[in-house]
Design a protein around this ligand. Structure first.
Ligand SMILES: [Zn+2]
Length: 263
């Protein structure tokens, strides 16, 4: 079995526009047309059985629409997370609605939602997320939309996690896209329910990648592609080529995901 813990898709209505905008920002050619059916086609080719959809409310006013759509497409194969915007007046109500809608977690993106991970104003929101108990995926490390300034760096992120020890968190991109040495130092090995996803980590040097996985523990690493920006196939081959045991690989490819999603 293979579970991809990080992919993006948009409703038919906005997919084309969103993809051309994002593709121009990232300087990366997408591997799908941005729709859900496009992603499923790629997953079929790559042998991905289930995948976690991570929508992002980039404005406070988008929360409701984004979460309603996520709930609509939630299925046995598409495991939908919801999103809240830290500046939304009804953010706490929306967190409760995410639970009621049966969504499986929450996605936060510092660059797209205008916050730095160390900001104390986030504490009430993060505490509410601890209470809620749903997993929270946070974009970590460099995002091409802001190449000069990264909003979630490994060290301040670790500080935040110390204040929220019960947060069930998934730090995307191995805890810090492009800042892997710092992630190794400050994030890898943190206790609690701190998971790392492998989204867009194809470029992590093999030796460092293996070291990060071993230091953090294969029990809390989740296979992820970041489709449509990276192919699940290429990411699978990268991980499969690392000197890890079959047991470690099984955990990363699907077992950890199943454990995290069922509790
Ligand atoms: Zn992503």
């Amino acid at each position: 079995m293979l579970i991809d813990f990080h992919f993006h898709a948009f409703s038919e209505k906005i997919a084309a526009k969103a993809m051309s905008k994002l593709s121009a920002t990232c300087g990366v050619e997408p591997l799908t047309d941005g729709t859900l059916s496009g992603a499923m086609e790629l997953f079929d080719k790559c042998g991905v059985d289930k995948a976690v959809l991570l929508p992002i409310a980039t404005k406070p006013s988008q929360q409701t629409v984004v979460n309603n759509w996520a709930a609509e497409v939630n299925s046995d194969r598409v495991i939908s997370f919801g999103s809240v915007h830290p500046d939304a007046e009804d953010m706490f109500e929306e967190l409760e609605r995410i639970r009621q809608l049966g969504l499986h977690g929450i996605k936060l993106h510092p660059e797209y939602q205008g916050f730095f991970i160390h900001e104390r104003r986030l504490d009430p929101m993060l505490s509410a997320m601890e209470e809620l108990g749903l997993p929270v995926t946070i974009h970590a490390g460099l995002d091409p939309i802001s190449p000069e300034l990264t909003y979630c760096m490994p060290e301040p992120c670790a500080e935040m996690l110390k204040r929220h020890p019960r947060l069930r968190v998934i730090l995307a991109h191995m805890g810090g896209n492009e800042y892997w040495e710092q992630a190794l130092e400050h994030i890898c090995g943190l206790g609690g329910e701190v998971y790392l996803d492998t989204a867009y980590s194809y470029y992590t040097p093999d030796e460092l990648f293996t070291k990060m996985i071993r230091r953090h523990g294969a029990d809390r690493i989740l296979f992820a592609s970041d489709c449509p920006w990276e192919s699940p196939d290429r990411m699978f081959q990268k991980l499969d080529s690392l000197p890890l045991t079959d047991d470690e690989k099984e955990k990363i490819f699907f077992k950890n995901a199943l454990t995290l999603l069922k509790t």
